[in-house]
Write a protein of this length. Structure first.
Length: 505
RNA sequence: GCCCCGGUAGUGUAGUCCGGCCCAGCAUCUAGGCCUUUCGAGUCUAAGACCCGGGUUCGAAUCCCGGCCGGGGCACCA
């Protein structure tokens, strides 16, 4: 029930029906992340699309960690087994079962033997580079491919028992040396790796490649629809080759194009390095663009979902801006975000002549919803009218003001800027209209005596220090708020200083 | 070099399969007006696109051919 309504609420205009749904008892899809780190914004499309369709068809979603041994460049990061589900939960993805590729090696071995016995695969001990140049490029089968089934089985045993060293032999699928597409010629499907695996250690030394493991598992797990990036079309073709050998029903293959973000540089390996070296504050550092980091910034998961779903399922490569996500987020959260004053690196201005009876300012919690009440901003000033009240404003605002100009400290009073090397201003009046009629600036500010130190982590990781109005101390951690005229941010630490993560303008 | 895929405003996307309802819709971005004690929200307006060339047709973004441009693959990575 809940699921149906959540899908109904999502924009689906750009997403057509899945094909051949009626040919299967129920729709089953899978999420297949390689556990090298947490999910980042670049993975969100794959995740959201699969989740969306599973919900739309009331199907089943599998989380399958694609944790085969990888390579020197692609290393399994053990923490990812925790961080990926965290990211999924943030996104509101509901999966029904978790599977680890590394638990299924025996299955892949069983089929490997069967494929060899059917003479659909053979063990090749050629040097990889030689094979590429002399055999693949020239469409010439190598000597291994004419070996008998018995010889191949013997070689297979030698792969398993350690007779062959790493790279000493590999199992190739007979996809055909004459295939016009060089990518398809007798592809390797299993190879030797003695790297230690974080889950199964060194129990296995022969590991499947992605296209092979999925050729088997998409069938074994009864996956019906596969939505994935178009960088995997060759893998899809090899899977189909395997399905044809066994005459298995083909799952539907759906590809989407590459997604780039103009304003976010995504690199899991760089993030991993920087997190390890302490350059980044952790996997929730904004520069990782992880789900954790978006959550910390108060980006609503539905903003991410909406932005991803709006892209549809086009196979074209696209480049979008995070601004579309931010725009969605504003729509979702502006109405609920309390307003607050924050001044970065305040310039302190002496204000004279403010009537002594004015001891505090009142500002609405949210201008569109007066019923939510007001924030009290105690000025903490002396009751002696001769002592100036000191307020902090941003340097940017000060620079924009011209001498003699009337301006307003929002929700407090109007002042006139005086000349002088130190910024000073004199009280003009209280009524807003006095500044509005002359088109004067209305700026945000904080009182020096009662302001609270605040640290803002910007999107590029820079930490900006400043002060917030006193009431920020009473805000709960996790609150998504708006610093008036500055932007939206999310509080993640209510200590001293109060720490917030900047979300967007 | 060889295979495959794709090209609608700045960015995305709808329409393309089954040609006319599209002198092309929507979102975002940009500019401006209104509103507002925020540079937010809301609201109104403006600007902005069918890669090029042929062909078929009464009629083409939609079909055909050629070209150009872009992307992906050709790993004992995922």
């Amino acid at each position: 029930m809940l699921e149906a309504s959540s899908v109904a609420a999502e924009e689906s205009r750009n997403l057509s029906e899945l094909s051949n749904v009626d040919k299967w008892p129920k729709v089953v899809m899978r999420l297949a992340p390689f556990p090298s780190g947490p999910l980042h914004i670049g993975n969100a499309r794959m995740v959201v699309l699969n989740d969306y369709y599973v919900k739309r068809y009331n199907g089943e979603l599998l989380l399958v960690f694609d944790d085969t041994i990888g390579s020197a460049e692609k290393v399994v990061e053990p923490d990812a087994f925790e961080m990926i589900p965290e990211g999924l939960e943030y996104l509101g993805v509901e999966w029904h079962r978790t599977v680890y590729k590394s638990d299924r090696l025996e299955l892949f071995y069983k089929y490997a033997v069967d494929l060899i016995e059917r003479n659909e695969a053979y063990v090749c001990d050629c040097d990889a580079e030689v094979w590429r140049k002399e055999h693949k490029a020239k469409e010439k089968a190598c000597k291994c491919s004419i070996l008998s089934v018995e010889d191949n089985l013997a070689r297979w045993e030698k792969m398993l028992d350690g007779t062959y060293p790493e790279r000493g032999a590999a199992v190739r699928l007979r996809t055909g040396m004459a295939d016009p597409d060089p990518a398809m010629r007798d592809h390797v499907i299993l190879r030797i790796s003695e790297s230690e695996h974080p889950r199964v250690g060194t129990r296995y030394r022969v590991w499947p490649l992605l296209e092979y493991s999925w050729g088997i598992d998409d069938h074994e797990l009864v996956v019906t629809h596969i939505i994935r990036g178009k960088d995997l079309v060759k893998e899809g073709k090899i899977e189909q080759h395997i399905w044809n050998i066994y005459d298995w029903q083909h799952p539907e293959l759906i590809y989407y194009g590459r997604l780039k973000f103009q304003d976010a540089k995504l690199s899991k390996s760089k993030s991993r390095r920087e997190v390890l070296e302490g350059v980044y504050t952790g996997w929730d550092d904004p520069r990782t663009w992880s789900m954790q980091s978006l959550e910390k910034r108060g980006i609503h998961p539905d903003a991410v979902r909406k932005a991803m779903l709006d892209l549809g399922l086009s196979v074209v490569d696209i480049s979008i801006s995070m601004k579309t996500v931010y725009s969605e987020n504003r729509k979702l959260q502006d109405a609920s975000a309390p307003r607050m004053f924050f001044v970065e690196a305040p310039v302190w201005v002496e204000l004279t002549g403010l009537p002594p009876e004015i001891q505090e300012a009142e500002a609405p919690v949210h201008p569109d919803f007066p019923d939510r009440g007001v924030r009290q901003i105690p000025l903490g000033r002396s009751s002696d009218a001769a002592v100036p009240f000191v307020a902090g404003i941003s340097e940017r605002d000060l620079k924009r003001l011209t001498k003699g100009e009337i301006f307003r400290l929002k929700d407090l009073a109007n002042f006139t800027l005086k000349k002088g090397r130190r910024p000073e201003a004199t009280f003009h009046s209280v009524e807003v209209d006095n500044v509005r009629t002359v088109g004067g600036s209305i700026i945000h500010w904080i009182p020096r005596e009662t302001a609270v130190p605040v640290e803002v982590t910007m999107i590029d990781g820079a930490v900006v220090t400043g002060h917030g109005e006193p009431s920020i101390k009473n805000i709960e951690s996790g609150t998504f708020l708006q610093f008036e005229r500055v932007g939206f941010a999310c509080v993640f630490d209510v200590g001293d200083p109060v720490r917030v993560a900047f979300a967007h303008k």
